[in-house]
Design a protein. Structure first.
Length: 286
């Protein structure tokens, strides 16, 4: 079973009763969700579970749920970090019995955060702060249960600083159990996604960011090709003036002598040509 978008995919493979789950991309609860993982594992009834991880992180509560689901089956579990394991993805990894990490992979821990888009009262903000404090405790407990080689104070300092670690550093602190061979790093995020973090390294593999529509001439409503709307309108008016100059009212052939102009009557052919030009212009796709 595969659920995917451009950057995120959740894949499952079975070898007998051994189940391997690939978590590549953003833990968003849609493409990568606790619900899908639980439904698949319930059907498989695994005797061992392996997670392969390349993730920039994502929804904190969804990640905690995935970690708890993995632990709930009571079978041997292994996490293999193929490239990036950041934010809540580290909690998923450390929910497993054993964590292996490619020697050229990255491991990042930090405090949970929330983006605010609506007007908030002081009470609203206090509730959000309390929720974040609770989530921070849950995340710390997952790390501590892993059996770190540092105390809770040092762990808090690393999380406060948004710490990016090499595989060897993650091993020295006790977040992982083994450093494996290097693998070809594959992007699981765009640069804009990584820029949400303060200390994301510049050398991480990334997918190209989606072009900004306002910077794309083909998407700019005031552009058609390389010409601005004002330039096109001026050309249109120039063409209209040329038609009127060539075809006088009441004159079907430009070589015929000009007929006296009736101010109350517009030549139908000339009027139709002008109307057709305007229709063609405004029906043209931008």
């Amino acid at each position: 079973m595969t659920v995917k978008n451009k950057l995120s995919k959740l894949e499952f493979s079975n070898e007998g009763t051994a189940v391997e789950i690939s978590i590549y991309g953003v833990v968003d609860g849609i493409d990568i969700s606790a619900k899908t993982i639980k439904e698949t594992l319930d059907a498989a009834q695994p005797e061992s579970i392996t997670l392969r991880i390349n993730s920039v992180g994502g929804d904190v509560q969804e990640g905690i749920a995935i970690g708890n689901i993995i632990k709930s089956y009571g079978v041997p579990t292994t996490a293999i970090i193929d490239s990036l394991c950041a934010s809540i993805a580290t909690v998923i990894a450390d929910s497993c019995d054993r964590v292996e990490m490619a020697s050229n992979a990255s491991f990042m821990i930090h405090n949970p955060a929330v983006g605010l888009f609506d007007a908030m009262t002081a009470d609203d903000l206090r509730k959000i702060a309390a929720t974040l404090d609770s989530l921070t405790k849950s995340i710390k407990q997952t790390y501590l249960d892993k059996g770190l080689k540092i105390d809770e104070k040092k762990l808090g300092e690393l999380m406060d600083a948004e710490t990016w670690m090499t595989a060897q550093e993650a091993l020295d602190y006790g977040f992982i159990d083994e450093v494996g061979q290097s693998v070809k790093a594959v992007a699981c995020a765009t640069r804009k996604m990584l820029d949400m973090y303060e200390n994301a390294p510049d050398d991480l593999p990334v997918e190209p960011d989606e072009p900004d529509e306002s910077e794309n001439p083909e998407q700019d409503p005031n552009k058609k090709g390389d010409e601005s709307l004002d330039e096109l309108m001026q050309k249109l008016f120039d063409d209209v003036d040329a038609i009127k100059a060539k075809y006088k009212p009441g004159q079907s052939d430009p070589d015929e002598p000009e007929q006296p102009k009736d101010p109350d009557k517009e030549d139908p052919d000339t009027q139709r040509k002008v109307e057709n030009m305007f229709k063609a212009f405004f029906n043209t796709k931008k």
